[in-house]
Ligand binder design. Structure first.
Ligand SMILES: [Zn+2]
Length: 276
């Protein structure tokens, strides 16, 4: 559920809470949460390390430790990370605890258990398949043209493909396609350079808007996203089509429609995003 803007907001909230804090030890309650290395080695390696730097790549959170290693966390659908005072006890959805010398504890909770944690020397060993970072110079119209050439898959599906561009998920893919006036079902390789230039601009714009508004806090339950400082995001208020099925298109007034592409709900305006 958290996409690039939500993960970026997460890191910006966690950095001041964790900077220079030292990890006493780790407690793992569900071993499969740790993808790499094996859980007992993970516990050995993380003991006594300090949080040094904070970054993000696509939807991955990167915590640089003073050992030079990086703790990588991907929240997937329902993962959540909280720095809690010592009196907050882990519950049945807490799969990893990091005890800090400050007395605080970092709780990793995850109802659906799709999230994963890595501790690695070489970040590329986990992230090597990721495509360009959209708000960096690595992402470009020329790169997009090249990556999509000859591809018959619908553009919506390839926007969700993290090897084409990192960090875009269902919300921001729908919003970007609407802003660019591109039908989500269009075969990717059929889009000409001017359409892809619009799409490039739209992807950057919706992601930056998402960051500026501290992410999208949607719905209720475990899939609702709330950053670690507990302040809900406001990007959902700027959504033009996402989860607005049946409501008037803000541009033309026609009802927003919904279809399924790559098993994902897709929201669009048939008039502003024509098929042809
Ligand atoms: Zn419209």
């Amino acid at each position: 559920m958290p996409e690039l803007p939500e993960v970026e907001t997460y890191m910006r909230a966690l950095a001041p809470q964790l900077k220079d804090k030292e990890i006493v030890n780790a407690q793992i309650f569900w071993p499969r949460i740790v993808a790499q290395p094996d859980p007992s080695l993970f516990c050995d390696l993380i003991r006594g390390r300090r949080f040094d730097s904070f970054g993000r790549r696509g939807k991955y959170m990167l915590f640089g430790l003073n050992s030079g290693e990086t703790l990588i966390i991907h929240l997937r659908m329902t993962g959540e990370l909280r720095v809690q005072p010592p009196n907050v006890e882990p519950d049945s959805h807490t799969h990893l605890l990091l005890n800090l010398t400050s007395g605080e504890r970092i709780h990793y909770r995850d109802q659906r258990k799709f999230g994963r944690v890595w501790l690695v020397e070489d970040v590329a060993s986990v992230l090597h398949k990721l495509g360009p970072e959209p708000l960096s110079d690595d992402f470009s119209v020329e790169g997009l043209v090249k990556a999509l050439a000859g591809r018959s898959a619908p553009i919506k599906a390839l926007l969700l493909d993290q090897s084409i561009v990192a960090g875009v998920g269902n919300i921001y893919a729908d919003e970007a396609l609407f802003r660019a006036g591109i039908n989500p079902r269009r075969p990717s390789g059929h889009l000409d350079e001017s359409a892809l230039a619009r799409l490039y601009e739209a992807v950057c714009w919706v992601l930056q808007m998402g960051i500026d508004l501290r992410g999208s806090s949607l719905g209720s339950g475990p899939q609702n996203y709330l950053p670690p400082n507990g302040v809900a995001g406001a990007a959902q208020e700027s959504h033009q089509v996402f989860r607005r099925t049946g409501q008037p298109c803000p541009r033309c007034g026609q009802p927003i429609q919904r279809m399924v592409i790559a098993q994902r709900s897709t929201h669009f305006c048939a008039q502003c995003q024509p098929e042809g």
